[in-house]
Write a protein that binds this ligand. Sequence first.
Ligand SMILES: *[C@@H]1O[C@H](CO)[C@@H](O)[C@H](O)[C@H]1NC(C)=O
Ligand SMILES: *[C@@H]1O[C@H](CO)[C@@H](O)[C@H](O)[C@H]1NC(C)=O
Ligand SMILES: *[C@@H]1O[C@H](CO)[C@@H](O)[C@H](O)[C@H]1NC(C)=O
Ligand SMILES: *[C@@H]1O[C@H](CO)[C@@H](O)[C@H](O)[C@H]1NC(C)=O
Length: 344
Amino acid sequence: MISSTSTMQHLLLLLLILTTQHFIPSLSEKCNPHDKKALLQIKKELGNPTQLSSWNPTTDCCERDKWLGILCDIHIETYRVNTLDLSDLDLPEPLPIPPSIFTNLPFLHDLTFNHIPNLVGPIPPSIANLTKLQYLFIMRTNISGEIPNTLSQIKTLIGIILYYNKLTGTLPDTLPSLPNLEEIAFVHNQLTGSIPESYGTFSNSFTALSLSRNRLSGKIPASLAKLNLLYVDLSRNALEGDASVFFGSKKRIEYIILGNNSFAFDLGKVRLPKNLKRLDLRNNKIYGTLPKELMKLKHLSKLNVSNNNLCGEIPVGGKLQRFDKSCYAHNRCLCGFPLRPCKT
Ligand SMILES: *[C@@H]1O[C@H](CO)[C@@H](O)[C@H](O)[C@H]1NC(C)=O
Ligand SMILES: *[C@@H]1O[C@H](CO)[C@@H](O)[C@H](O)[C@H]1NC(C)=O
Ligand SMILES: *[C@@H]1O[C@H](CO)[C@@H](O)[C@H](O)[C@H]1NC(C)=O
Ligand SMILES: *[C@@H]1O[C@H](CO)[C@@H](O)[C@H](O)[C@H]1NC(C)=O
């Protein structure tokens, strides 16, 4: 009697174990089936690179550190894929950005392509389908074509980092309509044309403008004086004229990097922002004298004004005598330590 009940209990228990074991994977899998399907399609569109071997259909794409470069939204427990970070992929042949990303991963916040030499073709206008995107990073790829103006339809964007690709065409002039945008970095591409007038209307949250190493030309629009930047880098372009819009005693800017352009303005007339950490004006046509206020900048750690048309004495004091003489060299008639003494 006792023994038969206990056998029965054992059988029941065994049955329970077997059934739950059978159901565990599907019950606990958090990866949304649409997202899993989309990711497997993306893997296929990328030519099944070996680096994505962890994207295995029998495992949970939302399990931490399981699928390389994938994160799911666990905070609000929707478990939708919100981050796709594809770095260091060896694609078998030149391939475009997988189109499935734009149609089948609608919950993406962060999209990164980093160091994928065989990634080619344009950034498609359909990127605007990613209506929740906050950060777009495309770095060290062979992506070409224009920066699509449709980016300005993605109102959630915070940062657009397109560094070291083969992008051409002009700067999209509609980006300032993005209310949350904090940073654009279109560094080291082949962008042409001038900086749009509209760039003076970026919102107050916009802090970093990096356009260095392109083929930008023309003058800086006066409207840019309204920006509340912390960081500007326009170095290595063919920009000209007045760049004094970035200066001013009330500005909070810390980095002004304008080297290797054809800027020409009177440096003696600008008021310096108090928090300036780095001022790089090398290789331009800037004239006038070095402002005495330079001595008062407590945070100034890098200065290079070489190869300009500056004149007069290097103000004596603050950190100014600690910079190497190469930082002052090749001006029209700049003098005083660390350069040779001024003639009296
Ligand atoms: C672009 O493609 C060429 C040829 O494959 C490669 O040598 C180069 O590294 C690629 N550029 C980048 C930024 O990946
Ligand atoms: C996605 O983009 C394509 C191409 O721009 C467009 O035809 C389609 O309507 C878009 N889909 C959605 C859901 O926005
Ligand atoms: C200017 O160009 C030179 C030579 O190409 C480079 O070494 C230097 O870093 C550039 N400076 C800036 C501020 O871009
Ligand atoms: C300052 O710029 C000049 C010109 O590009 C360069 O030769 C020099 O090395 C720079 N000095 C420092 C300390 O970076």
